[in-house]
Each structure stands twice: as C-alpha cells, then as structure tokens.
Write a protein of this length. Structure first.
Lengths: 346, 389
C-alpha cells in the first residue's frame, strides 16, 4: 500500500487542492480537520469543519474532525491575550503552526499511521544533499514561510507543502476543475478566532478595562482611554486625540500609558530577537541576510549576529514600527535561515 | 460503505428491511392525518394504534400506557421534567445516578438550576449503582428516582427491580431509561414495577426519530408538548405515522427474536478472549456478568481511544469510544470516571457493541486487526509507553 499522508483540511480551497494533488500522485490520503474554536469566528469552527468534510467527500478520501479546542485555548488564545496584556503584539498564527498544527495535529497524524502531514501553505521544502530547507512559496504575494519559521528541522521532515510550488491562480484553477471552488470557504487571513468586532472587544472581555493615559514623548497627557488593550505600534487610527498633526503609537504600557509621537519617531535601525530558531546552520558571527519583521512586508537587508542566546539585527536602513511580539525571520534568498521573537528595539 | 464491520450497535442499529417495508406505505399513499375523519385518516389511526399495541405487548403494558415521542432523549426529558413539574408542590428532590445518559444528566442539572435538589448516586467499579445510598437519600421531599436499566457505554445492567421495589415502598415514582435494553432483553413493566420507562426505536433495528415513554396508569406528570389532543392530550403534535409503524414492527420482531442474544453474547465473549490474549495491559470495563450481551467496553493502556478508532475506521471497522454524543469531546467518559477508572486509562477506552448481523468472521477480523494497531500506536507514541496523549 502507498504511504499514508494526512492533510490538514481547513475547509478552504488551498488545503483541498493540496489533498487532491497528493491523491493524484498515488498517496493514500486522509483528511484531518481541527475544531479549534466554537464561537462565531471564521476559521476552524463548525461551519469550516463542514466545508472540509464536503471537500473530502468530493475527493473520496476518509476525513476526521479532531476537537482540539482545549489545547488551542491554552496554547494560542491564552498566549494571544497574555501578549497584549504585556503591551506586545502577538503572532498567533506562528504559534498555532508550531504548537497546534505541526505540534499536536502532527502527532495525531503520525499516531494514525500517517508518514507525513501536508497542509495548504504557500511555502516549499527543498532537499539538497539530504539537507532539508524551508523556502518561500513560489507565489510571492501568498508566501507563508514567515509563519512557519518557528518549526524545527526534525518537524519539517514530517511535513509536505503540496501547493508551495504553485501560484494562487493555478490553485484556484485546479480547484475549479476539481469542483472544489464552490465548496471552499473564503480565504483565511485575519486572526481566525477573533469575532467580527475585532481585537478590542475580545480583549476587553478577557482583560477588563481601565483608564490609561495617552501621553506624548515628553510625558504631557493628551487624553485617556478606557480600553487600554489592543493597540499596536505605529497605529494612527482610533486614538481620539486632536493635536493638529498626525500622531502614532510609539510605546504601549497597558493600564499605565500609551505614548504617541510623530511618524519619524517610529523608525529604528536595530532590534534584539530572542529564542532564536535556526533551520539552517547558526551563523558563527555576523551574517548578511534579509529580515522580515511582519507578515505583510518585504524583507529588508540587514546584518544579524547571534549573541548569548539572542540575535542582534542591524538593518541597512531604518525600519518603521518594529513591533515587540512579532517574529523577525531571517532569509537568505528564498531560504529561511531562522527566526527570533522581537524583544526590544534599538 | 458496504463492507463495513459495524460494531457500534449501542449508538444505533441498521434498520431491519422488514421495518422499512412496513413503513413504506405510510410514506407513500397512507399520508392521512390520524386525527382526521375520512377513511384515509382512519387507516393511519388504525396503523398507529396497532403499533401501540405491539409496543405495549413487548413491554407487558396496556396500550393506553404507551406514548410515542421523537426518541429516547425526548422520553427521558419528558419523564423527568413532567414528573418534576407535576410534583413541585410536594417536593423538589430527585435521585438519579452518575452514569446516566446525558439526556438524564443534563435534564437534572437544568432542574438543579431551577431550585430542585438532585442526589447523584455513586456506582461501584463495575458500574452498579449503590442501592443503599439511594435508599438512604430518600426524604419526604423526594419526588422521583430515575436509574437507567443498562448503561450505554459499559453495558452494566442495574438492579432496577430492587430499586423499583424500594421506590414503591416509599411511594415515589420510579423511571428507568431502558433505551439500551428494550428489544434486547425480555422485560415486563408489571413484574419490574417501574412507573415510567423510556425506549428508542433506532437502538433495536427500528427507525430514528421515534421512541416511546411508558407511563403507568395513575402516574402524575405534566404533558411535554402543548397543543392538540394527540396522545391523549399528553404529547401534542401530528403523529409520525411511518416512524410509529416502524417502531411497532421493530417491537414485534424483537419479541419474536430475543433469543438471538445468546449468540451475540458468545461472539462478544470470543472478541474479549481474542483481544485480551493478544494485547497486554488491556482492561475490561463494566460488570463481568450483569452486562448487555453485545457490549464490550475495554481500556487499552498507553494508547488514545481516538487514535485506535480512526485506525479501525481506516480498516473498515466502526466502533466507538465512550458514547457517540461525547466522543467528540476530550473529557474522559463520565461513566468510566464514576467507576473510578483514572483519566489516563479512560482515555484509552474503546467500545465494541455487537448486534443481530454480527458474524463470527467479523469478530475474528477485529481480533486480527486491533492488536497490530495497538502495537503500532504504542511504538510511535511520542510520549512513550507511560504517558498517553
């Protein structure tokens, strides 16, 4: 019998096409869908489970739904809330990939007898001389390697990204041909478990509210807010201060103060990243790389240098709103070299 | 779908072809509303009443004591709530057990929220309820005792006759959820001395969406649905004629074929013998003797029940872990927990429930397939043998 491959099916067309491609290649395929969250959210909720089941039926592959809600709450949602509480901006997708999708779900897939777990991510795994590397997806617009940069080499060895070598348009065409287009739910982009109201009410419900001063860099009070959680560095909208010039969030200390400043104050050339995860060999000293500091931003040239469990990143040119809590992902060309959590700026 | 080895009869059973056949005319030309006056309707009424007689015959009841419901869950809801509402002036104390089906447990929890007091009787390690505890907890406020006839997860058969006697002595209505028993074991409500008894069609080769509540004459309870005069004003709503006819047929067939249980028991025992001799660290759940003939619930240590289930499904074997209503959740089974089985062991539980169509070949196939699955899962468990997921 051909090798069994499990496919994480979200109910979307990307993972549906991934499953179809594997089946076409002659693999024995089983679909797995994670039930992660029950409240009216967009992803991995009962509706998406249904969409995934319909796709699996269309492809005539066995499909199982695994209820991982308690783990998702503990590993991802609690982390998300705790990061905001500290004034940082969390990256739940990277954490979910590491702990849930390629953590718990992968273990479940292996225990089902699967040799690998495949997903519909736009990223590639290339082997050169027996050494596996994680690379950007062929479709630069859709590349999701940023969110996968916390995976270790051993884990990557158990993964397949069947659509990483395709453009989104090609995937869409394939989905059309396979009759999956109508089954699929819409694109998952925003944080999947947030209700339509967005992050602020979600945090308010969990962290409560309280008066927080809004100040300028000199400590002058410009106003107050009742909802101190959910701010992000560089944010301009929703501040409700009238100073005659555009002001941006520079610093977040929930329940203390939100510091505002001008656009130019947001720029910095250096950051420290912690808990480095090296997919390629860790550089022995300084290394010239490209660094991506948020998902929807092109990588910028920089020099990185590991130093006592941290990595110093010095950009060639100043970067806008380097945000603690986000990932700094180090690229060498197409390859993901490694990553670290942005801890401090400057 | 065709060559599945179906070992989940406690969840539901395949409908008997004879049942389907009996129903078809009432899905086609016999569409009359039994409450109407013309002949088309009279025929439907006659079909409903004939079915009622068949249900009554199987239970040793009078047809006027049989009330059709949408299934076991409704019958259970009605029995508990109906008695509770009717007896509110008299008292607010209900006695049940920790291992009931959720359609009893959650109804009692709901009533707790409304101010009723509930005693949750313990069970021993075989799942037998503690009769002394039930007896001791009775007060002059007690308005109902509800104990299941046989447990759906482990199959243990409860001493309902004794509990019924006890209830009668104290003048308290006694309800039993007999969903897993009706159609499997001969029973007679008169001899048992129960006042209320729930049953469900699809658990014994009848259709889904139909069940009944037996209500002994003179038992005080409120109607469940309010509306028309259907079911003697106790359960409003146009009768599900095809379902009722199907249930009647299933009852008739059960009465004719109950001796089949001995054969099923032999197969079940062979399954246990085969599995327990090939798998280490495997435990039998439920009472070794006082147990439904088709039920085999076991715990395989150091393996997750869910993983075994999915592997079995990929081999074409349908079984379950816990009851179907809860197998989607990660909580260990409340039944196994009440029996004192530690959660890490309970997570490795597996339930095979055999039925009329189960064959020796199917049993041998499971005996052949499961041990290598367990071996594989134990070998690749990322947590090692000592710590299952």
């Amino acid at each position: 019998m051909a090798d069994l491959v499990a496919v994480a099916m979200s109910g979307g067309v990307d993972s549906g096409v991934a499953a179809a491609l594997l089946k076409k290649k002659g693999h024995q395929v089983v679909g797995l869908t994670m039930l992660l969250w029950g409240e009216g959210s967009r992803c991995c909720s009962p509706q998406e489970v249904r969409a995934a089941r319909r796709i699996a039926q269309k492809l005539a592959i066995p499909h199982y739904t695994l209820d991982l809600r308690p783990s998702f709450q503990r590993e991802v949602v609690d982390y998300f809330v705790a990061e905001y509480k500290r004034g940082r901006t969390p990256n739940p997708c990277a954490i979910c990939n590491q702990r849930i999708k390629f953590g718990l779900l992968l273990r479940k897939a292996l225990s089902l007898g699967a040799k690998r777990l495949a997903t519909g991510h736009y990223a590639r795994l290339e082997a050169h001389n027996g050494r596996l590397s994680l690379q950007k997806g062929v479709d630069a617009q859709k590349d999701q390697s940023y969110f996968l940069a916390r995976l270790d080499r051993r884990t990557l060895g158990s993964i397949l990204f069947p659509i990483g070598g395709l453009e989104k348009g090609e995937v869409r065409e394939l989905a059309q041909k396979l009759g999956l287009a109508l089954e699929g739910k819409r694109e998952s982009q925003e944080v999947c478990f947030l209700p339509p109201g967005g992050v602020a009410p979600f945090l308010k419900e969990r962290l409560g509210s309280g008066k927080t001063k809004i100040t300028d860099r000199g400590g002058r009070v410009l106003g107050t807010t009742d909802n101190p959680y959910g701010f992000t560095l560089g944010q301009r909208r929703g501040l409700k201060v009238a100073e005659g010039k555009p002001l941006y969030v520079l610093e977040i200390k929930p329940m203390e103060e939100i510091v505002l400043g001008e656009e130019r104050d947001l720029y910095a050339k250096m950051l420290w990243a912690t808990q480095p995860n090296w997919i390629e060999e860790e550089p022995l000293g300084k290394a010239r790389v490209w660094v991506k500091i948020r998902s929807r931003q092109e990588p910028s040239p920089a020099v990185i240098e590991p130093q006592g469990g941290r990595v110093r990143v010095r950009f060639d040119s100043p970067q806008r709103a380097i945000t603690p809590g986000q990932l700094a992902v180090f690229y060498q060309g197409e390859k993901v070299l490694g990553s670290g959590w942005i801890e401090e700026v400057g | 779908m065709s060559d599945i080895i179906y070992m989940d009869h406690n969840a539901t059973t395949p409908m008997a072809p004879e049942v389907l056949e009996a129903m078809v005319p009432w899905l086609r030309e016999g569409y009359g509303n039994p409450s109407s006056i013309y002949r088309l309707a009279q025929e439907a009424r006659e079909a409903v009443e004939t079915a009622r007689e068949k249900v009554a015959d199987l239970l040793g009841a009078d047809p006027s004591e049989i009330y059709f419901t949408s299934g076991g869950t409704e019958a259970n809801n009605w029995a508990i709530k109906g008695v509770a509402w009717a007896a509110k002036e008299k008292g607010t104390h209900i006695i049940t057990s920790k291992i009931e089906h959720h359609s009893i447990l959650n109804v009692c929890r709901y009533l707790e929220g409304l101010g009723f007091r509930v005693t949750w009787a313990d069970v021993d390690r075989y799942g037998l309820v503690d009769i002394d505890q039930i007896s001791d907890s009775i007060t002059d406020q007690t308005i109902l005792i509800s104990i299941m006839f046989a447990n759906n997860e482990v199959g243990t058969i409860e001493p309902v006759e004794e509990i019924a006697r006890l209830a009668k002595e104290r003048g308290i209505p006694f309800h039993t959820d007999a969903v897993q028993v009706v159609g499997k074991l001969p029973l007679n409500v008169g001899e048992l001395g129960v006042d209320l008894l729930s049953l469900s069609g699809h658990k014994f080769y009848g259709p889904k969406g139909i069940g009944a509540l037996y209500i002994r004459k003179g038992t005080k309870l409120h109607p469940f649905h309010h509306g028309g005069e259907h079911e003697r004003g106790m359960r409003a709503g146009t009768e599900n004629v095809p379902g009722i006819v199907g249930l009647g047929k299933a009852c008739q067939m059960a009465q004719e074929g109950i001796e089949d249980e001995e054969r099923v028991k032999g197969l079940r025992n062979r399954l246990w013998e085969g599995l327990s001799s090939r798998i280490d660290d495997i435990l039998l759940n439920g009472h070794p003797e006082r147990r439904l003939a088709g039920t085999l619930n076991l715990c395989v240590k150091y393996v997750e029940g869910e993983s075994m289930l999915l592997n079995l499904d990929m081999e074409g074997i349908a079984a379950s872990s816990g009851s179907a209503c809860t197998s989607g959740s990660l909580e260990p089974s409340h039944v196994l927990t009440a029996m004192g089985i530690p959660p890490e062991v309970a997570h490795g539980s597996l339930r095979f429930s055999l039925g009329r169509k189960t064959t020796e070949e199917e049993v041998e196939k499971v005996i052949e397939v499961l041990p290598p699955i367990v071996e594989k899962l134990r070998a690749i468990s990322p947590f090692g043998k000592r710590r299952p997921l």
